[in-house]
Structures are given as structure tokens and as C-alpha cells.
Design a protein around this ligand. Structure first.
Ligand code: NAD
Length: 257
């Protein structure tokens, strides 16, 4: 489908592609369809063979390793972006992690270490990315992260990721206020459930999908191209007035009781 969104000449960094099922890949495809040039990252050597061909298909200008929990790697990505482009128009942060035992335990049993690691990778890395992006966004820009309904409501088996996503959404609001004078807009894109590798780590995810489909108006789940088009809209100038908001790409699930 040709894109109604214009990102022609825009340059964006996409963090979070693991494979073709990743939400970040759906977004990357929509950014390219709208005319953007991309830099993208993979987690480590093991991930590279899965991500590199996708980056090549997207015509990415830059492909780099980035594990945000390894000191210096996120900084190195932004240094390379600065050397290659000298500027940046948008960043998509589409990553989350929690140790398996903590993710599968009730919140009350989450460990301090597991909670801290989940917060660092899934939330504080977005704040660090914002800080590093800012000097490259002298003409303004957009910072986007991917959240979930479990930030606002208790969802079975989402466990410690609920409070972590709540912190992420609160961070979006604070950053939106702090960065408004720099004309940088900040967005949380709250996606409906999609079968991805990260999602497969959530217990009983198939049951969640079934119950969400049943409660969604129209009984249709959202998909990667639809989520991607919302991300492309948020990355564009047209998305700027939504700064600080959580924008749902869930076919209306979140409005149901
Ligand atoms: P995914 O497994 O395709 O992507 C998760 C990404 O996180 C992977 O690319 C992985 O490499 C990356 N990651 C994990 N630890 C990292 C680290 N230390 N450094 C750098 N990258 C790291 O799964 P996804 O579902 O596309 O997840 C993307 C985002 O979407 C996550 O924030 C997730 O919480 C969110 N989300 C997913 C759903 C869903 O149903 N799949 C719904 C709403 C929100």
C-alpha cells in the first residue's frame, strides 16, 4: 500500500528488530514506505544473521550491534549515526526484557535484580536514547517507544512488565515536557498483542490473544503493517500534537469494559 505519510528525506534509528515478526520491523517497513532512510541495530552476533537481510531489504544506511545493557554500545550507535548522517529525525525504541523467572512470577515475588534489569533495558534505555538523540535533533524530531495496555490495567501473566511499562509511559510524558522547547515530540505507541519472540516469553500468551480478539470491537486483532503506519504517522510532523500521549494501535480493545 502506498503511504499517506510523508517521511521523505527523514532519517530514523530503529532499535528492536529481532526478526520479520518484530513490531520494530513492521514499523521500519512503514518508515521506508513513507520515504525515510534508516539505521538499525541487532542485539548481538547471534541476532545479526536474522536482522542483516531485513536491513538490506529495507535499504538501511547503517546496521550496528546494540545491547543497551552493555556500557558504551548505545553511545557507539549514536556516534556512528552522527558520523554518517550528522543529524537524526526520529528514533523508534522497541525493546523489552525481563529475566524469565521474574517475568513468570507474580509481581510480589519479583527479585530486585530482575526488576532493575527489566527497568533498565525496557525503560531507562529509552531515556538514554533520548539524551543521545537530542544533539542530533537540532531541527526537532520524534522519539517513540512501544508500550502495552498492561501499563494501565492488570493483565494476567504480564506481571512485573506492568509496572515497567507504566514507568515507560510516565517517562514519555516527562520527556515530552522537557523536550518540547527543542521541538522534539515523544510518543508511546501501545500495540495490541502480536505473536513475536518477546511475546512468546509471556505465559499463556495464546489465551491472551484469544481473549483480546473476543473483546476487541470487530473481533480483529491488529497487525504489523497497521502498527507500522501509526508509528510512521507519529514520526511525521503530523504526529507532533500528540506529544506525551499513549497512542493505541489495538483496533479499539482498550475502550472496552
Ligand atoms: P521482539 O522479540 O521481536 O523484539 C524485542 C526486541 O528487544 C528484540 O529485538 C531484542 O533483541 C530486543 N532487546 C532485548 N533486550 C535487549 C537489550 N539488552 N538491548 C537491545 N535490545 C534488546 O518482540 P516485540 O513484541 O516486537 O517487542 C518490541 C516491543 O513491543 C517491546 O517493548 C514489547 O514490550 C512491546 N510490545 C509487544 C507487544 C506484543 O504483543 N508483541 C504488545 C505491546 C507492546
Amino acid at each position: 500500500m502506498s503511504s499517506p505519510i510523508d517521511l521523505d528525506g527523514r532519517r530514523g534509528l530503529v532499535i528492536g528488530i529481532a526478526n520479520e515478526h518484530s513490531i520494530a520491523f513492521g514499523c521500519a517497513q512503514a518508515f521506508v514506505d513513507a520515504g525515510a532512510r534508516l539505521a538499525l541495530t541487532w542485539l548481538n552476533d547471534k541476532a545479526e544473521p536474522h536482522v542483516r537481510p531485513l536491513g538490506e531489504a529495507l535499504g538501511a544506511d547503517l546496521m550496528l550491534a546494540c545491547d543497551v545493557s552493555v556500557p558504551g554500545q548505545l553511545e557507539a550507535v549514536f556516534e556512528q549515526v552522527a558520523r554518517t548522517w550528522g543529524r537524526l529525525d526520529f528514533v523508534l525504541h522497541s525493546i523489552a526484557f525481563a529475566p524469565r523467572d521474574d517475568l513468570h512470577a507474580p509481581l510480589i515475588d519479583s527479585s530486585a535484580e530482575g526488576f532493575a534489569l527489566a527497568m533498565d533495558v525496557s525503560c531507562h534505555s529509552f531515556i538514554r536514547a533520548a539524551r543521545l538523540a537530542l544533539p542530533l535533533m537540532s531541527d526537532g524530531g520524534a522519539l517513540m517507544t512501544v508500550s502495552y495496555y498492561g501499563a494501565e490495567h492488570v493483565v494476567d501473566h504480564y506481571n512485573l512488565m506492568g509496572p515497567v511499562k507504566a514507568a515507560l509511559e510516565a517517562s514519555v510524558r516527562s520527556l515530552a515536557v522537557e523536550l518540547a522547547p527543542r521541538r522534539v515530540h515523544v510518543h508511546a505507541l501501545s500495540a495490541g498483542p502480536v505473536n513475536t519472540r518477546a511475546a512468546s516469553g509471556i505465559a499463556h500468551f495464546d489465551e491472551l490473544i484469544d481473549s483480546v480478539r473476543a473483546r476487541t470491537p470487530g473481533h480483529q486483532l491488529t497487525d504489523l503493517p497497521a502498527i507500522g503506519r501509526i508509528a510512521a504517522f507519529l514520526a511525521s510532523d503530523a504526529g507532533a500534537p500528540l506529544t506525551g500521549s499513549v497512542t493505541f494501535a489495538d483496533n479499539g480493545f482498550h475502550i472496552t469494559a
